[in-house]
Design a protein around this ligand. Structure first.
Ligand code: PRP
Length: 184
């Protein structure tokens, strides 16, 4: 898909590349400050968090390790079902370590709720969450997000790692997808 094709599928831009970069820089400073005396392992959730992880980790002054998990909630389309399975597990043993989950979006919150519990059960010293985007549905539920990028409206968003059918992840902005694309 060519970049100009992708832009034709967007309803409007929610967050520009500059707004995202500014906020990621701020979040990186907060993480640096909070973990200045301690080690932290960044755990990215594939695939949506790839862009965020790459920018966040490099915006931090503290050298950190990164690891990755791929999880999938059963079901299809634009909704999570709540049943989560691990497609790719961590390579690193997190027992006794401070873990910071790096996630792109909190929608129903089911993925993160499950992931926090799963990582805690492995004996991590601490498990915190950094999430770039939070939808209104997730504000009501009890997922403790220590570092939040933006609250966004309840629209289907793509870009900066977020996809629809594996497309649009490489857009540098976060944008609402035109309903005619996903309702087709
Ligand atoms: C998305 C996103 C979160 C999850 C959020 O992942 O990256 O992991 O959904 O939804 P929830 O709060 O309703 O659980 P997705 O399953 O689309 O995989 P992807 O990151 O590979 O696109």
């Amino acid at each position: 898909m060519r970049a100009d094709d992708a832009h034709a599928d967007l309803a409007h831009v929610l967050l520009t590349q500059e707004q995202i970069a500014q906020r990621v820089q701020e979040l990186a400073q907060s993480v640096d400050e909070d973990y200045k005396d301690d080690d932290v392992l960044l755990v990215g959730v594939l695939k949506g968090a790839v862009m965020l992880m790459a920018d966040l980790a490099r915006a931090m002054s503290k050298p950190v390790q990164m690891d990755w998990m791929a999880v999938s909630s059963y079901g299809s389309g634009t909704r999570s079902s709540g049943v989560v399975r691990i497609l790719k597990d961590l390579d690193i043993d997190i027992a006794g370590r401070n873990v910071l989950i790096v996630e792109d979006i909190l929608d129903s919150g089911l993925t993160l709720s499950w992931l926090i519990g799963n990582l805690r059960s492995r004996g991590a010293k601490s498990v915190e969450v950094l999430c770039l985007l939070r939808k209104p549905s997730a504000v009501k539920i009890d997922v403790p997000v220590r570092y939040l990028g933006f609250d966004i409206p309840n629209e289907f968003v793509v870009g900066y790692g977020l996809d629809y059918s594996e497309n649009y992840r490489t857009l540098t902005c976060v944008a609402a997808l035109s309903p005619h694309i996903y309702q087709a």
